[in-house]
Design a protein around this ligand. Structure first.
Ligand code: MG
Ligand code: MG
Length: 264
């Protein structure tokens, strides 16, 4: 069943989404050569604490995983597509980092992810991240009332494939609200004009996952969580939670633009 959120509930989801946005911004500012993934996890825990919010990820234990998730962030470096467990690994020059973060506030969840390169970027990584962001923007733009879920998936997949990127088939976005993962699933490829009709009050997370190898293969790492590309190619993952409203899509996890520098 898909629960339609009222405008007031969408406002409450935006409040949760702002906590997510703040944590991602704070982690992005902290990430640098020599900083460990656990230190980034600590940054996110601090944001949760200050906001009085809870983690959507900590102790999450889906059927596929052997253990509850131990962090508040997923930190997925280089050939890890998603679901990387934050550990003592210290970031190195040129690492491609995906940070995925979920929080709940007053009973509503937000979920968002960013990808970036630490230090000097391989232009191929920069292009893949830029393509993932364009795919996400296209998916969001397609999420208008009356459209079909397949329009969103097709928009994401078309941009990823046009760039020559692989797409891990079994993972994608999802409904979001009182739970982090709700119906419907939001695949990263699909057929325009097909699937669920989008209605005002629906909230979904759209999350393109691209990798530089042309194939779609991935495997589960020994920890049972991290998904790695079979060919070892690097992957990028970006995500926003959005609400479909009468006026079009609203990005619930939009990050505030950086404050303008003071004029001298
Ligand atoms: Mg996420
Ligand atoms: Mg998600």
């Amino acid at each position: 069943m898909i629960e339609l959120k009222s405008p007031g509930e969408i406002d409450a989801m935006r409040a949760a989404g702002l906590v997510v946005a703040e944590a991602l911004t704070a982690m992005r500012e902290r990430a640098a050569v020599g900083v460990s993934l656990l230190e980034l996890d600590d940054v996110a825990r601090q944001v949760l604490h200050e906001a009085g919010a809870g983690s959507s990820f900590l102790d999450y234990h889906p059927a596929f995983a052997p253990t509850p998730f131990p962090g508040v962030i997923c930190a997925s470096v280089n050939d890890v597509v998603v679901h990387g467990i934050p550990d003592r690994y210290r970031l190195r020059e040129g690492d491609l980092v995906g940070l995925d973060f979920g929080a709940h506030l007053d009973g509503w969840h937000g979920d968002s992810a960013i990808s970036f390169v630490v230090g000097r970027a391989d232009p191929r990584d920069a292009r893949m991240i830029e393509t993932a962001e364009r795919a996400l923007a296209a998916g969001i733009a397609a999420a208008v009332p009356g459209a079909r879920l397949g329009d969103v998936s097709a928009a994401v997949g078309a941009i990823a494939r046009a760039g020559g990127y692989g797409i891990p088939g079994d993972f994608g976005g999802h409904g979001i609200g009182r739970e982090m993962h709700e119906s419907p699933g939001v695949p990263n490829e699909g057929r325009a004009g097909r699937g669920l009709r989008l209605l005002p009050g629906m909230a979904i997370a759209i999350e393109p996952m691209l990798h530089r190898g042309g194939g779609d293969g991935y495997y589960e790492a020994a920890d049972g969580w991290a998904l790695r590309t079979v060919d070892g190619s690097r992957a990028a993952h970006v995500e926003h939670s959005i609400a479909i409203t009468e006026d079009g899509p609203v990005v619930l996890t939009a990050r505030r633009p950086p404050a303008a520098p003071p004029r001298s």
